[in-house]
Design a protein around this ligand. Sequence first.
Ligand code: SAH
Length: 240
Amino acid sequence: MERFFGRVEGEKAYISPDKAHHLVRVLRAKKGDKIEIADTGELYLCEIKSLDPLDITVLESLYKPKPLPFTVVLAFALLKGGHDELVLQKGTELGVNEFAPYISSRTIIRLDQKDKEKRQSRFEKIVLSSCEQCKRIDVPKVDEILSFDKMTDMKFDHAFFAYEGLSHESFNLAAEAAKVKEGERVLLIVGPEGGFDEKEVNLATKKGLTPVSLGQRILRAETASIYMASVFSFLGESKE
Ligand code: SAH
């Protein structure tokens, strides 16, 4: 059965014009056909009552989201060569609830305000198409692109920043992650290809963010993001 992201208001469901075109013209939907509409984490069974004008009527709610054990926000530095798009796609598949793209002192690319807005809307498209692929109905939020300083000011119950300088120190991520309780908000921060500079590490530590090692090897930034998202996906799924 076809599934679309849309908006449900009372008895009626609405989809965007390009999705409506796809449904009617490409999929050649018929009056009486059933489709699923996902709207902010809820899934509804709907019926096409008429094609022109398109009338989609809600029959029943199919799925209520089970409360997520905790909310994961993944802060990633903009990366070259579209690697940050990989972070968004894999992070979405792994259940990340919110993405906080940021620019740090060693971020290799430089963007003006227009570029930032263009990039943010491309990020939102990647997240949405990843939700469609992995059948996820709660669409993660993509924040505006911030500076490192502004991003580290966000409020969280726990904030872990993966610091490559700890790679030969003791592996503390398991112990730190175990402290996260149901319903809390967790910020996971990964640096750019060039890593964090001294100033950023001191600032983050001063603000009470916890530096964590991801093990002995130096991972690529996109690998580190996927790694951290996997850890919290594993922990989230394991909580009954
Ligand atoms: N250029 C740096 C590596 C940066 S790796 C160097 O050669 O040292 C990119 C980001 O991935 C880092 O900023 C960090 O956030 C994360 N990362 C990679 N490996 C890590 C590790 N073993 N421990 C903690 N963080 C790591």
